[in-house]
Every structure is written in C-alpha cells, then in structure tokens.
Design a protein around this ligand. Structure first.
Ligand code: GLV
Ligand code: MG
Length: 310
C-alpha cells in the first residue's frame, strides 16, 4: 500500500484567516482533520503583520487536539514570504506540522522553502525535517511542473488544487469557484487538472487535496463537487465554513457498506489463498472473482475506513 496511507488523515482541511482571533479560537473546537491558519489571500496586506502574531499565539496557546496544524504563508513572488516563515516557525515551530506554500510554480520554490525551514530548525534546535510542506497548484506553470514539485523535497506532504486562482490564471470563463464554467457542457472542466495533480501525488506518495467550494451555505453542492474528487481518489478537500466539515469527513471516508465489503475481501483472500497452500492467486468470494489486484483495491478502502475510525 502506498505510504500515503500512513500520512495523517486530511479529509477536511479548514481554512482559518489569521487576522481573526475569534475564528482562530472557534476552529479549535471543530471536527476538521486539518486546519490551515492563513496569512495569504484571506488576510489583507495591512493585516498580515498582526495575523502572524495571532497565529503564533493560537498555535502555542490553543488546544488543536489531533488536528494537522498548517500555516499558509504568502507565495514566493511577494515580499512577505520570508517574514511569514521566519516569524511563524521561530515563534511556534514546535507546535506546527506544515507550511503551505501557495501558487507554487517550480520545484526550485519548494527547495527554497525547504532550505529556509532547515536553517530555522537548526537555529532553534528543532528536529530537522519535521515540518512538512503543502504545495498549492494554482496556475498553468505550476501544473506543468507538478511532478517535479511533488518530488522536490521529502518535506512535501500534499499537492493541493487551488481552483479560484487557477481559473483566473488560465482565463477560464467562470465566476463560481468549484462549479463548472457556463457554456462548457461536454464534461468536467476540472478533470484534467485534478487527474494531473492526483498522478503526481500518487507517483511520489503524497496526498492529493481538492480546494475550496465557495458557495458556503450550499452543503449539497459541496457534497456533489467533493464527491467527484473523492471518487477519483483524492484524500480530502478544503472547507471554508463549519457547515462543510462533516460533509467532507463523510465524503472522503468510505461508506460502512464499502468498508465492510473491503474487509471481507481482505479476509477472504487471505483465507482462501492460504487454504490452497499459497498456490492460487485468484479465488471466488460469492459470485466475485478476487485476485491480488482486488486485494490492493480493498486495502485502499479499508485503509481509509480504518483511518476514519471504523
Ligand atoms: C485557493 O487558494 C484557490 O485559489 O482556490
Ligand atoms: Mg489561491
């Protein structure tokens, strides 16, 4: 099974603006698998210095339970990134799991962040290499380089689709983030992008994460869109509102029925193949033929179910 199964679950990845102490407090009590405390696009330029301070305090003083704690810094073409990284990692590195880098365009940008993190970890006496990187793909160049980005550092844990910036960067004719562009009625306009990200993630044992759905009160719409990336194999999706958290946790977990069936396949395959003295590769489970590939497929579903606490 791919190593990705061993990474912590990220079915629901909650965005929390670093400029809002109220939301930084509220997020701690929500059942999201991951939070990312934002200093990028949800925070106005003049509010960024204050957001850095709020985030350091919230990481050090808050109770985040088992959540993966990530901070999204500004992208490397801005003048803010170095200060974001230094202030947050020096201030709260021991209570932080990952840095999310938005609008990644090249592998070199990942290497730059990796180098900066290593220097801070050494200076502060932190374990070198513990802090991971989450890479957001948000434009055409990033997508063209996504394989190299995924392979650029062992710190990279996730490849994330950023649909809003991506649509803008390729001139897609839509204003509703997450929904199909009007006029394109022959398929899913995001299929290629999602699959390209998923292939890069799987090729390098990273998690693949789908981005936001901005109609925050339309939970049915969220489920519909999340269901597509979940069906392809994505590990999770952003949530922008408490109302989306449970939907994400459900959509990115297998149903009880699928989980039970997967465990049955695993048990049956082990039982029948060992009964045959290790001399049969394909066996019957009721009307269904199962073989080594079926075992691997079942392991994916069972692994997601076990991680979800089934
Ligand atoms: C997220 O950052 C997006 O641009 O969709
Ligand atoms: Mg973006």
């Amino acid at each position: 099974m791919a190593e990705t199964a061993n990474l912590r679950p990220r079915r629901s990845c909650l965005a929390v603006p670093g400029s809002s102490p109220k939301m930084l407090g509220k997020a701690q009590g929500l059942p999201a698998d991951m939070v990312f405390l934002d200093i990028e696009d949800s925070v106005a330029p003049l509010a960024k210095p204050e957001a850095r301070k709020n985030i350091v305090a919230a990481l050090n003083e808050g109770d985040w339970g088992n959540k993966v704690r990530t901070v999204r810094v500004n992208d490397l073409t801005t003048s803010w990134t170095y200060r974001d990284v230094i202030e947050v990692v020096e201030g709260a590195g021991a209570n932080l799991d990952c840095i999310m880098l938005p609008k990644v365009q090249t592998a070199e940008q990942i290497v730059t962040l990796d180098t900066l993190l290593t220097q801070i970890e050494k200076t502060m006496g932190f374990e070198v290499g513990r802090i991971g990187i989450e890479a957001q793909i948000e434009n055409a160049l990033g997508l063209c380089n996504v394989d190299a980005i995924a392979a650029a550092s062992p710190r990279v844990e996730t490849i994330i689709f950023g649909p809003a910036d991506f649509m803008a960067s390729i001139n897609m004719k839509s204003l509703v983030v997450g929904e199909q562009p009007p006029g394109y009625d022959v398929g899913d306009a995001y299929h290629y992008i999602l699959m390209r990200i998923l292939m890069a993630a799987r090729a390098h044992d990273k998690q693949a994460i789908d981005g936001p759905y901005l109609q925050i009160h339309d939970v049915d719409g969220y489920r519909r869109v999340a269901g597509r990336s979940a069906a392809l194999g994505f590990d999770g999706k952003w949530v922008l509102h408490p109302g989306q958290v449970e939907a994400a946790n459900e959509v990115f977990s297998p149903s009880q029925e699928d989980y039970d069936h997967a465990e049955l396949i695993l048990d049956a395959y082990e039982y029948y193949t060992s009964e045959a003295g290790g001399k049969r590769g394909a066996v019957m489970l009721g009307d269904e033929m199962i073989d080594e590939a079926s075992r691997k497929m079942a392991l994916v579903v069972a692994g997601k179910g076990r991680a979800a606490g089934f």
